[in-house]
Write a protein that binds this ligand. Structure first.
Ligand code: PMP
Length: 315
């Protein structure tokens, strides 16, 4: 059943980047009633601006809004607002090959509440920032550590939606891993501590021969739009793709491992530390399959290849 209230959205406005005015008893500040999205705009050689599957972000936000008892934002309103914000900031989009404009929409309970309840009012904001590579390694392989103590999400929780609270539990483990020279942390399931879930901000794929495997969506990992796109792309290129429980032991036999996400795009994994063992992939280089899928995906995103999938939206 639908949880969020219905109501009217006011017409949005473009404002200079700056602090928001928010009640100290706003739902987002007290009860984490906030969800966000992340997508990118690319500038092409012929000066077009492309968004990558923005309707998917809009639909994921609708699912998240309902999980947190927030009103939903219609897909066309979301896409229109993204488009307007990006076009107003066109001068900040890096030139082709130099990065992209990262777009961060946030839907929050902004109305005042005291007792635990959904907020009476909601605010939707979007900010943008030019970005380069997410990991300092760029397309060079990243290094992960399997996390055995902390978990990112539990069954029945909010791991499957992009709510602000999911990231609170990640901050400490991610920082600790970075202090020890890792790029990020690979989380396991909270029940058996045995199955792969995802990395702090991206999904994970294992490659063995012609087969790709990625953890199935069961409410504890984020349904990544890059994940979905890579599955479709890999299948169209003749790979077999399995969405299923992936045991941590499979890390020992994989040929290649890579992560997918809007920010990380496709990041090859060079090594993973698992119970004291350092597992290495693709001779610590960029694996053949990761390289192929990276090239295929980014050439669509950047408008360098024909968009046979119909994924980009010119604005
Ligand atoms: N998992 C988590 C926890 C994330 O924060 C993200 C980034 N949104 C992803 C996976 C990848 O999702 P997407 O491909 O839609 O960016």
């Amino acid at each position: 059943s639908k949880c969020g209230p219905d109501g009217e959205w006011n017409k949005g406005e473009l404002e200079p980047f700056g602090p928001l005015k928010l009640s100290p008893s706003a739902g987002i500040l007290n009860y984490g009633q906030g969800i966000f999205e992340g997508l990118k705009a690319y500038k092409t050689e012929d000066d077009r601006v492309l968004l990558f599957r923005p309707e998917e972000n809009a639909m994921r936000m609708i699912v998240g809004a309902d999980r947190l008892c927030m009103p939903t934002l219609p897909v066309n309103l979301f896409v229109q607002a993204v488009k307007q914000t990006v076009l107003a900031n066109k001068r900040w989009i890096p030139p082709p090959g130099k990065g992209s404009l990262y777009i961060r929409p946030i839907l929050m309970g902004s109305g005042a509440v005291l007792g635990l309840a959904p907020a009476p009012e909601y605010t939707f904001v979007i900010f943008v920032a030019p970005v380069g590579n997410y990991f300092k390694e760029g397309l060079a392989p990243i290094h992960l550590k399997v996390e055995n103590t902390y978990h990112r999400a539990a069954p029945g929780g909010t791991g499957g939606v992009k709510t602000v609270g999911n990231y609170a539990s990640v901050l400490k483990t991610q920082l600790n891993a970075k202090k020890h020279g890792f790029s990020d942390v690979l989380y396991l399931d909270a029940v058996e501590n045995k199955y792969l879930e995802e990395v702090s901000s991206c999904n994970i794929f294992l490659v063995e021969g012609n087969k790709l495997a990625t953890p199935q969506l069961k409410g504890t990992i984020l349904p990544g739009i890059t994940r979905k796109s890579v599955i479709e792309l890999a299948k169209s290129r003749g790979y077999e793709v399995e969405e299923r429980p992936v045991s941590v032991d499979e890390l020992r036999s994989a040929d290649e491992v890579f992560c997918t996400g809007t920010a990380v795009v496709i990041s090859p994994v060079g090594s993973i530390v698992l119970e004291g063992d350092r597992l290495e992939y693709a001779n610590k280089g960029v694996g053949k399959v990761s390289q192929e899928l990276y090239a295929a995906l980014t050439s669509i995103q950047m408008g360098k290849a024909a968009d046979t999938m119909g994924w980009t939206k010119e604005i």
